[in-house]
Design a protein around this ligand. Structure first.
Ligand code: 3HC
Length: 707
């Protein structure tokens, strides 16, 4: 630092000088979020820069791994604290001395809005720039909706603000969002280099807010088209529609009035329940990675090579997950034909991504070569992790684990992808149950983000830590769960499916049930989902159970009759619904209605009108009750674990935060009251109120108290 420089102590923001350049550095790990202390520090440092007679120009940068990644989300929902971020941005823009923002890592949300208030923007290689507020149920509330269109034009601004997706530094240069791509890897060096250019060219402050050329004479059609698009794709969401309103205001109102409109719209989003749900999802998604009670010294074992057993749909998808993370994978099956079929599917999947422009051909080829087909267990000898993904047969799985125990090196982790079977019983056939765990992927495994990490009775802490780490490396949301039938997700799903079918038995139509759940925000209802997954799957399981004399499995009903007729769902062109050639749109089918009517008659049921409210309560409250039992048994550690399983594995609307966050919003007293009423009416086991739920209501607590 220059000997004449002024160093201040106003952490987390410092002001100092090098030569004639005043340098403002934000240092608030981990992501330089713009909490109150940072905002106040920025104003103080800016004032010092203005008062510093030796400085003719200011550079604003951030220390650590990233530029400012946005407002401090933890402050949301509390009383706003001065100074507001919009005041900081306005002060930067008004500075009589040119201000250069140097961006690295991620310049997101409020961070990018701060940069938009500066007069010049420099980006280091690899920087991503975006306004992701919409993903938190918000819109940019510190002038972003007014300044971005002035800089990059309303069409591009609308795209960035409504999608929330970031752009690369190169794309930002193309659209005029940044002025220079620095070659220097260090923000300070880049800032000083750009300062020299500004001085050499005698550039004066350029205020984004004062620009009008890009927002003149914008066609109203741009906004009506955006609204039509949203009405089709995101009818439930609140914030994206408000984003369109705000950008339109930028193009139709003077800056001061546009900023006022943005503030009103921002506050409407801030007060919406969707904002609360999405922010719960944001923090819960990060919290699930930290397993309660897992010792900090449980260091993950290295995983450089993986084996996957079974080249079917599931195994192939799992192998793709590892190849996508550049982890070499041996894909094992018993016949060459099965391997060829599996690899052909994988190849087709990669080619589809290439065709859609999501993957470069060379990258697809590279990933494919990482998957090595094999017929020999000996090829798994040096694997660090093996995932078994064969069909649900305990005998077969036991045989496979016995073999793996013989061939795999000591310390290798042996995992099963079972969705229902007892992981402890599988582990017991090996000499190393401490190295066995469940890795329950969801279909299609290469797409779905959820991974239930099943901790067996004897699973070692470092094996659990490894599984959680592997989940992160392959881009999954790993959630640790314990052993029970169906684990967390399918156990709750099973309850919902039973209620949905019972509602139809009593008088509802399948499409009525589905519509109630899609109106709630699920991408599809239970019956459309059954058609997608294949009705034959559940039918075979029920048949097996009936043969085994399971008293919990009801006698064959209309769902079984559909499967008996070869109506398996989408794959056969008809199931519960019918499908027109080449279409996936479910259409109500009189054949199904007729089977249902005959089934009711055979059971002596007189159909009644079932209300949408009853459908919602029976399908969702039964899951809440089951989840409370799951928590009580310790199969899930926290309510947020259940929430993330349902958001990432079963399409529970993220803006509702997950089933238990949603239950807290409804009120546990209300839910328990209805559950009790259903129990009194039916006497059914699934409606027996969970003692945990009763205790929470008695103590006036919500599920949030269990996080
Ligand atoms: N506020 C508070 N905490 C934040 C935060 C934020 N904006 N962004 C991240 N964090 C926290 C995370 O919760 C996490 O905390 P933890 O270690 O205690 O779990 C820690 O910072 C590290 O975050 P990640 O684990 O997500 O780290 P990554 O390196 O994987 O990702 C990131 C970094 C890309 C910056 C990612 O954290 C992210 O996307 N953050 C949110 C960005 C965002 O949405 N910004 C807009 C905020 S709203 C806004 O700005 C309103 C304005 O318009 C007025």
């Amino acid at each position: 630092m220059d000997a004449s420089g002024i160093a201040t102590d106003c952490t987390p923001v410092r002001y100092e000088r090098q030569g004639r350049t005043g340098i403002i550095t934000v240092n608030q790990p981990p992501v330089n979020a713009l909490g109150q202390a940072v905002r106040a520090g920025l104003l103080r440092a800016l004032a010092l820069g203005q008062a510093d007679g030796e400085a003719d120009l200011l550079v604003l940068l951030a220390a650590g791994r990233t530029f400012m990644a946005g407002a401090d989300i933890r402050e949301f929902g509390q009383a706003p604290l001065v100074p507001f971020l919009s005041d900081v941005v306005a002060a930067l823009e008004a500075s009589p001395k040119p201000v250069i923002a140097v961006l690295h890592g991620t310049a997101l949300g409020g961070g990018l809005e701060v940069a938009l208030g500066c007069h010049f923007r420099v980006a280091l290689p690899g920087t991503r720039l975006g306004l992701p507020e919409v993903k938190l149920g918000l819109l940019p509330g510190a002038g972003g909706t007014q300044r971005l269109p002035r800089l990059v034009g309303p069409a591009k601004a609308l795209e960035m603000i409504v999608s929330g997706d970031p752009v690369t530094a190169a794309a930002a240069l193309d659209i005029g969002l940044v002025d220079w791509l620095a070659a220097e890897p260090d923000p300070l060096a880049a800032g000083l280099a750009f300062a020299k250019r500004v001085r050499a060219k005698g550039l004066m402050p350029r205020r984004t807010g004062a620009r009008g050329d890009r927002i003149a004479a914008v066609s109203p059609l741009l906004f009506s088209a955006a609204r039509d698009d949203l009405a089709r794709k995101s009818p439930h969401l609140f914030a994206p529609h408000r984003c369109v309103d705000a950008v339109e205001a930028a193009c139709t109102l003077p800056l001061a009035e546009g900023l006022k409109r943005e503030r009103e719209l921002f506050l409407a989003c801030m007060n919406s329940p969707q904002r609360a749900g999405l922010i719960h999802s944001f923090f819960a998604e990060r919290a699930v990675a930290k397993v309660p009670g897992l010792a900090a010294d449980a260091t993950p074992r290295p995983v450089h090579r993986v084996g996957v057993i079974g080249a079917g749909t599931m195994g192939g998808g799992i192998a793709m997950c590892f190849a996508n993370a550049h982890i070499p994978t041996v894909l094992l099956d018993t016949t060459q034909e099965a391997l060829d079929r599996g690899l052909a599917t994988i190849r087709r999947n990669y080619q589809a991504s290439v065709a859609k422009g999501r993957l470069r051909q060379e990258e697809a080829d590279a990933r494919l070569t990482l998957i090595r087909p094999s017929l020999a267990y000996d090829d798994l000898a040096d694997a660090d992790l093996v995932v078994e993904a064969v069909f649900e047969s305990m005998d077969l799985k036991k045989q496979i684990f016995t073999r793996l125990d013989q061939v795999c090196r000591p310390g290798a982790i042996l995992a099963t992808n079972t969705s229902t079977l007892d992981v402890d019983a599988i582990a017991a056939v090996t000499s190393r149950p401490q190295d066995v765990a469940g890795l329950h992927f969801f279909s299609p495994a290469n797409v779905m983000r959820l991974l239930e990490v099943v901790r067996g009775r004897e699973t070692a802490p470092d094996v659990l830590a490894t599984a959680m780490d592997v989940a992160r490396r392959i881009g999954k949301v790993g959630v640790a769960v314990g052993v029970c039938y169906g684990f967390v997700g399918n156990r709750m799903l099973h309850q919902r499916a039973r209620e949905a079918t019972a509602l139809v038995d009593e008088g509802a139509a399948p499409d009525q049930v589905d519509r109630v759940l899609t109106d709630f925000g699920f991408p599809m209802g239970p019956f459309a989902m059954g058609d997608l997954a294949g009705l034959d799957v559940g039918w075979r399981i029920r048949e097996e159970r009936r043969k085994a004399g399971d008293p919990d499995t009801p006698p064959p009903g209309w769902l079984d009759r559909l499967a008996e007729q070869g109506r398996y769902g989408q794959k056969t062109g008809a199931g519960i619904y019918r499908y027109e050639a080449g279409s996936r749109t479910p259409l109500p089918d009189p054949v199904t209605a007729d089977l249902i009517a005959r089934d009711r008659a055979a059971k002596g049921i007189t159909p009644r009108a079932v209300t949408n409210q009853e459908i919602l309560e029976r399908c969702l409250y039964v899951m809440v009750n089951e989840a409370a039992k799951i928590l009580e048994e310790g199969v899930a550690a926290r309510a947020l674990d259940v929430d993330m399983i349902w958001v990432h594995g079963y399409g529970f609307p993220p803006w509702r935060g997950g089933p238990l966050f949603w239950a807290d919003q409804v009120g546990l007293g209300t839910i328990l009251g209805t559950i009790t009423k259903f129990h009194q009416a039916s006497g059914a086991k699934q409606w027996q109120p969970s003692p945990l739920l009763e205790r929470l209501v008695r103590d006036g607590h919500g599920f949030a108290s269990l996080n």
